[in-house]
Structures are given as structure tokens and as C-alpha cells.
Design a protein around this ligand. Structure first.
Ligand code: COA
Ligand code: ZN
Length: 305
């Protein structure tokens, strides 16, 4: 039997949050509706953050209210605090994805709080949501912080364990600025799997140093079946110096599908959407598959005399 992979598309959240030009709300809604028809397990639609901090996503309520909800797709949203959780429930999000950083310095830059204050605030959010919606927690900078360097695997495991003990439904292990390499990925996953036997893990990679797909492969070979990715390879955290794009969804999905994994995603539907992305954001995007085509798209041989 083919191994199933569950893919979460984050382009309209991680992708758009760092774009210099506001993407009009109807275009966000149309993009999410198109993506919904491609077979994703999950779509991270937007974030309920402060509109001053992330002005690109200031239309979160409208977007959540106007998208079509396809059966079988989980529509999740990023939430940094209690105010965000209230807004997410009001907007009827299927799942809340809370966020804090495993680096104290990045946590203060991104969320303007100490890690302990974030943990206390997110614990309040979990109590407030009280099982009404599934909750996942995204832990940023798990493979290194762009401001302080190494983040010890032991502290990533310790933060993960504290949230697992609160009963969260999943943890996302984020390589916020693409500092991971494949051996490190295997080692951290092994340590997390030993410490947390029950909590599903999602891996979230950025391709900042060109190791994104290598890290996806290392994670898949370590038994991970959930990945975040961003259409075209857009993305990045505005509060992490040097941040650049996520792994490109269609490139990762194509790699996994070619290797025999069952992604559930119809690339023939996804590729035209990816092809239209540069027009939407007004610049070229890093994705390779759209430029090269599928390996089954053959070229005519040169005519020989
Ligand atoms: N939604 C909407 N508004 C919010 C909010 C939320 N979730 N949280 C705070 N605010 C508003 C407050 O109402 C306040 O507004 P005012 O200035 O008009 O009174 C203002 O933001 C400041 O509130 P405060 O509680 O002091 O928050 P802060 O300025 O310390 O910001 C965060 C904290 C976490 C809300 C903010 O830094 C943030 O949203 N960061 C975004 C992080 C992010 O998404 N990073 C990228 C992805 S990892
Ligand atoms: Zn990210």
C-alpha cells in the first residue's frame, strides 16, 4: 500500500504575510477556493494577528467568511494570543494553529513576549477553546535561530513536551529560516518521536539554503507524513532576518508522488494555479516544476536530416 502524505498549503498565510504589496481580498478568496479543489488535507487560510504587525492579512475575517469550505479540507488559521483565538472562533475556523518560538530572542522579536509569557498566554488560549476546536502548535526556529544560532534539540523537545502534556492535537516543527540539514532533521525527529508517542508531528521547512526538499525526504524517511508547503515557494517570517520562501508545495508534492507516496493532490489541477501565481503577486516565484513541467511532458526530438 502506498504511504499517505497529508499536505497543508500555507501560501495564503506564510506566503502572503511577507509580500510587499497587499493582495486584494477577492483574489485571496479565489486562490483558496481553487486550492480547495486540488486535494489538500489542510489549508492555512490566514492569521488572526495584529493588523499592525501583519498588515497583509488584515482582511482575515472577510477571507474566512467568503471562502467555500470543501468537505474533507481542514481550514486552519494562525493564532498568536487570546484575542486571535476569539477572532478565529468567531470566524468559525476548523482548527487553531498557535505559535511560539523555541528561541527566546526570536519569540521576543516575533511575538513581543518572553517564551514563558507566550506559553502562559497559549495555555490560556487552550483553556479558552476548551476542546471546541482542534489545536495545533507551531514551534518556530526549531533547527536554528537567525539571531542566536543553535537551538538545542533538547529545548525543542522540552517545549514540544510541554504542549503535548496540555493535550494539543498536533505539533508543527518549523525551520523558520532554512537552517536545517537532513541529518539534523533525522536526529530531531527521532528525539521528538521518543519523547512524544501520541502527538502527530508536521514538518515545516523553508528552502532558504536550498535544502528544503532534502529535508522533506529525510523527514518522510523518518516516518513523518504531514508537511507544510507554500505554492510557488513563497513565504517567510517578517520578524526573522533573512527569511525566505517555504518549500514549494508543487515541487515537494511532485517529488513525493514520483516516489510512490499518496499525496491526494491532483497536480494537473494545481499546476495551472501555481502558474498564475507570479501574476497575482507581481514577481517571479522560486518554484521549479512550473518552469520545467512534469517529467511526462516530453519535448519533440530535433529533426535529423
Ligand atoms: N488580533 C487583532 N489585534 C490584536 C491582536 C490580535 N490577535 N493582538 C493584539 N492586537 C492589537 C491590540 O488590540 C492593540 O491594538 P491598539 O494598539 O489599537 O490598542 C495592539 O494590537 C497591541 O496589542 P498588544 O497586546 O500590546 O500586542 P503587541 O503589540 O505586543 O503584539 C502580537 C503582540 C503577538 C499580537 C503581535 O506582535 C503580532 O500579531 N505578531 C504577529 C506574529 C506573526 O504572525 N508572525 C509571523 C508568523 S510566525
Ligand atoms: Zn514558515
Amino acid at each position: 500500500m502506498k504511504k499517505r502524505i497529508y499536505f497543508n498549503e500555507v501560501v495564503t498565510r506564510d506566503g502572503f504575510q511577507i509580500e510587499p504589496t497587499f493582495i486584494p481580498t477577492p483574489e485571496k478568496v479565489a486562490l483558496i477556493n481553487a486550492l480547495s479543489g486540488c486535494g489538500y488535507a489542510k489549508i492555512e487560510v490566514t492569521s488572526f494577528t495584529s493588523p499592525k504587525a501583519i498588515p497583509m492579512l488584515r482582511d482575515a475575517e472577510v477571507v474566512m467568511g467568503e471562502i467555500e469550505r470543501y468537505p474533507g479540507v481542514v481550514y486552519t488559521v494562525l493564532v498568536p494570543n487570546l484575542r486571535g483565538a476569539e477572532r478565529a472562533l468567531e470566524a468559525n475556523a476548523d482548527e487553531l494553529n498557535l505559535v511560539m518560538s523555541t528561541s527566546e530572542t526570536h519569540n521576543r522579536a516575533n511575538l513581543r513576549m518572553t517564551q514563558e509569557d507566550s506559553f502562559a498566554a497559549l495555555s490560556d488560549v487552550i483553556r479558552f477553546v476548551d476542546g471546541k476546536r482542534p489545536i495545533t502548535v507551531s514551534l518556530s526556529t526549531c533547527f536554528g535561530c537567525p539571531m542566536v544560532g543553535d537551538v538545542p534539540a533538547a529545548s525543542v523537545v522540552a517545549w514540544a513536551k510541554r504542549f503535548a502534556d496540555l493535550g494539543v492535537n498536533g505539533l508543527t516543527i518549523c525551520d523558520t529560516t532554512g537552517m536545517a540539514h537532513p541529518d539534523q532533521v533525522k536526529q530531531l525527529i527521532e528525539a521528538l518521536q521518543l519523547a512524544l508517542s501520541e502527538t502527530p508531528l508536521t514538518l515545516h521547512f523553508h528552502n532558504t539554503r536550498g535544502m528544503g526538499l532534502a529535508n522533506v525526504l529525510a523527514a518522510a524517511q523518518s516516518g513523518i507524513d504531514r508537511f507544510d508547503g507554500s505554492l510557488g515557494g513563497l513565504g517567510g517570517c517578517p520578524y526573522a532576518p533573512g527569511a525566505s520562501g517555504n518549500i514549494c508545495s508543487e515541487d515537494a508534492i511532485n517529488m513525493l508522488a514520483m516516489m510512490g507516496y499518496e499525496t491526494g493532490i491532483d497536480l494537473s489541477r494545481l499546476l495551472p494555479i501555481a502558474r498564475a501565481l507570479p501574476g497575482l503577486v507581481g514577481h517571479d516565484v522560486p518554484g521549479q516544476l512550473v518552469k520545467a513541467g512534469l517529467t511526462t511532458d516530453l519535448h519533440p526530438a530535433p529533426i535529423q536530416d
